[in-house]
Design a protein around this ligand. Structure first.
Ligand code: HXC
Length: 257
């Protein structure tokens, strides 16, 4: 199926999705979100893909949900149409997703980056939740994920004033894991994703699920969940191969990718 608002490619075992509505700074309209979630589902089902990268342009990862599409919605449109619930499909993807952010990641764009498992930023990245300036508030996780990631002080500051964070502050605050020069962004993201995609896929998916569980449960339940998953890994041939390769001083060749 040809996509209109995203570009979908594979680079070795990495699925690459480029948001592509340049005239609207990649504003996330329903068409784009429908295509994005379809592409994520397709990569999730594709045995040749082990990790996914979502990126935008040098000017914008995404400048938010599409304001022109939203502006005339009524409450009944939003409620009966269950506006934004379908965005949850991004977080239901089982393979890891890496957001490579350059330029603006605002509103829904910042929320999309936070739905990914790892976010890296170019030095020109700008993160913000400017919804307050539009007479609304974040609606796709901005009041929840941002608060868990950067803490209440910065989340309140951003959500209530609408100000932007630069890449350096985003890294310092725990919103992104690395900051690189804009022209190194895609290569860095592809190399990180390629490395992940070469590990055992079921183990990678379990590790992702376990880290994400930390946001959903208590420490006691979370560590119990982690321990059960860890124990189950001894049933895999990839655990045998990984440890055998270490002892034999060679590179492991994992079966399940
Ligand atoms: C629709 C958008 C858009 C958006 C930019 N554009 N952001 N269209 N929805 N979110 C369009 C502009 O209308 C313009 O189209 C073109 O993209 C270029 O934008 P400019 O404003 O001319 O660019 P610039 O002056 O460089 O300013 C960049 C900017 C600004 C600072 C990012 O565009 C901006 O403030 N955008 C809105 C950011 C925002 O409020 N995002 C949150 C959205 S609400 P034309 O046709 O005029 O050339 C949201 C709700 C989340 O995300 C709820 C859950 C998802």
């Amino acid at each position: 199926m040809p996509y209109e608002t995203i570009i979908v490619e594979t680079r070795e075992r990495v699925g690459l999705i480029t948001l592509n509505r340049p005239k609207a700074l990649n504003a996330l309209n329903s068409e784009l979100m429908g295509e994005l979630t379809a592409a994520l589902q397709a990569f999730d089902a594709d045995d040749k893909v082990g990790c996914i990268v979502i990126t935008g342009s040098e000017k914008a990862f995404a400048a938010g949900a599409d304001i022109k599409e939203m502006q005339s919605k009524t409450y009944m449109d939003a409620y009966k149409g269950d506006f934004l619930t379908s965005w949850d499909r991004v977080t239901q993807t089982r393979k890891p997703i890496l957001a490579a952010v350059a330029g603006y990641a605002l509103g829904g764009g910042c929320e999309l980056a936070m739905m990914c498992d790892i976010a890296i930023a170019a030095t020109n990245a700008r993160f913000g939740q400017p919804e307050i300036t539009l007479g609304v508030m974040p609606g796709a996780g901005g009041t929840q994920r941002l608060t868990r990631f950067v803490g209440k002080a910065k989340a309140m500051d951003m959500v209530l004033t609408g100000r932007m964070m630069d890449a350096e502050e985003a890294e310092r605050s725990g919103l992104v894991s690395r900051v690189v020069e804009p022209d190194a962004l895609l290569d860095t993201a592809l190399s990180m994703a390629g490395k992940i995609a070469d590990f055992s896929l079921p183990i990678v998916m379990l590790a992702k699920e376990s880290v994400n569980r930390a946001y959903e449960t208590t420490l006691a339940e979370g560590t119990r969940f982690e321990r059960r998953l860890f124990q189950s890994m001894f049933a895999t041939d990839d655990q045998k191969e990984g440890m055998e390769a270490f002892v034999e001083k060679r590179t492991p060749n994992f079966t399940h990718k």
